[in-house]
Design a protein around this ligand. Structure first.
Ligand code: BV8
Ligand code: ZN
Length: 262
């Protein structure tokens, strides 16, 4: 019989830090959704490789060519709609549902944490609220009116065949935009302040699947370290956060997150 895998001292230490923490903040990036089939941003199959971020995820791009930008987001909605939460999303949701003091904060706009929260809460007969993520960069399946600010959840296909067929506001007729934070745009002030406050008072920040290049989201885990807490990083490669981390686990989120939390 193959000998049982040797306990990994790093993983043991990480489990011990999590067990002793009253408050845990989790920050996730595109890497947690990679094993669900959602393309990451900067990886080999990265979204940005086919398009430069400056081209599409900016207010200037939308002003210049709203049809191209809506076409890209329509494609991303179709891609994500065919994906499902993976074992990492599910283990995180169960972790947040089963113990108090866990906050899931994500840079992702794919909605997979929310789907996992509802599915795991239903299976456990619990309220999904504790596992619902704070979405720092907005949501792919939500649009916002440029004129009156009205927001609508919509997962429908985008008809970018002409300007007047683009999504328009039912209330005021204004052109809708993806309710997503683009480069050069500020994050929601309350959300960011709240995230930094939660991170500063957490004993552990668990970082999963982010290159930690995009700010100010990447500074959330730093607040935990500044507050005297520990950083645990799960990812495929070193990032600017690695040198700040007490534990860096290299490998896929879908195997490491359940192994660490359950
Ligand atoms: C702001 C929504 C100020 C879009 C996103 C120079 C020029 C212009 C701007 C700047 C600049 N320098 C700094 C800036 C600021 C800029 C920034 O940080 N740029 C970076 C690129 C340098 N930030 C901003 O513009 C922010 N706003 O600063 O406003 C301001 C203030 C007041 C008033 C006015 C203005 C706004 C940033 C938000 C941008 N929007 N997304 C969309 O999604 O369409 S960011 C985008 O990148 C995604 O949200 C994504 O989540 C995020 C971060 O990427 P990651 O999630 O980390 O994904 P990535 O592919 O990079 O990495 C994946 C990781 O997972 C890798 O490490 C990989 O190894 C790992 N991995 C892969 N597979 C797995 C895995 N890990 C585990 N398991 C696996 N299986
Ligand atoms: Zn409107």
């Amino acid at each position: 019989m193959a000998d049982a895998p040797r306990p990994d001292p790093q993983a043991e230490y990480a489990r011990d830090l999590l067990a002793r923490a009253d408050r845990v903040v989790v920050l996730t990036g595109a890497g947690i959704s990679a094993e669900s089939g959602v393309p990451t941003f900067r990886g080999a199959d990265g979204l940005w490789n086919h398009h430069r971020a400056e081209e599409l995820a900016t207010p200037e791009a939308f002003r210049r060519d709203p049809r191209l930008v809506w076409e890209w987001y329509g494609w991303r909605r179709q891609t994500v709609a065919a994906c499902a939460p993976n074992a990492a999303h599910r283990a995180l949701a169960r972790f947040a549902l089963r113990r108090p003091g866990v906050r899931i904060i994500t840079q992702n706009v794919d909605g997979l944490h929310t789907r996992a929260a509802h599915e795991e809460a239903r299976a456990l007969g619990l309220d999904p609220a504790p596992a619902l993520p704070w979405e720092l960069h907005g949501a792919l399946f939500r649009a916002r009116c440029q004129r009156c600010g009205a927001k609508v959840e919509d997962d429908g296909p985008i008809d970018a065949s002409s300007a007047d067929r683009l999504p328009h506001c039912a209330g005021c007729g204004g052109l809708m935009r993806p309710d997503i934070v683009w480069f050069g745009e500020p994050l929601d002030g309350q959300l960011l302040t709240g995230a930094l406050r939660e991170a500063a008072s957490a004993q552990v920040c668990l970082v999963v699947g982010t290159s930690a290049l995009v700010h100010p989201a990447a500074s959330v885990p730093v607040a935990t370290v500044r507050g005297g807490g520990d950083l645990i990083e799960i990812g495929l490669e070193d990032t600017p956060l690695t040198e700040l981390s007490s534990v860096a686990l290299r490998g896929g989120a879908a195997s490491w997150v359940p192994a660490l939390l359950e």
